[in-house]
Design a protein around this ligand. Sequence first.
Ligand code: VGL
Ligand code: ZN
Length: 208
Amino acid sequence: MKISDRDVLLVIDVQNDFCTRGALAVPGGEKVVPAINRIAQKFTNVVLTQDWHPPDHVSFAPNHPGRQPFQTIELDYGTQVLWPAHCVQGTAGAEFHRDLELTRASLVVRKGFRRAIDSYSALFENDKSTPTGLLGYLRERELKNVFVAGLALDFCVRFSAEDARKAGFEVAVIEDACRGIDLDGSIAATHQSFRQLGISVVSLEAFL
Ligand code: VGL
Ligand code: ZN
């Protein structure tokens, strides 16, 4: 695959808390790091996202007495999974994995910083309407094709890919540069949604 100046690599949430021994560890999360470093070299445009929550964030189970992680609650904007506290602003868990090559990134988008709204997607928060600003960036930079990698496949990668596709971009998810959580069949649901929306799933090999 030949990469053009209209292509952007969107690297989702490759942070310590999503890696082994992290607060919300995604199985094999750190395995995406060498894969992402290899493909990032091929892109002229790289954008990173960083999950970035205040300690009193609504998505944290410990902030809801009597609730356990991975249960769901109903909020104004719909169903919200309760997570272990993770990616708290300014903590080591919120930092990017130390081996992630950051030098090529032209933008870091922080998301989930509002106490009362979670944000899986890099484009819109979970209310589906509050923008992160990334959509404006992609449009102003005249980027057309969004390649997505990172963590977690079935949450932040999924919602980012879906929102980019719905906004009119060509979207490809680089499957072996992602790892998933798999909560109640969420990985299967992710693949089904990608097929329905016309989001391609590609492998690392296609870039090397
Ligand atoms: C994520 C759950 C909560 C993710 C972030 O990066 O996929 N998942 N916060
Ligand atoms: Zn989060």
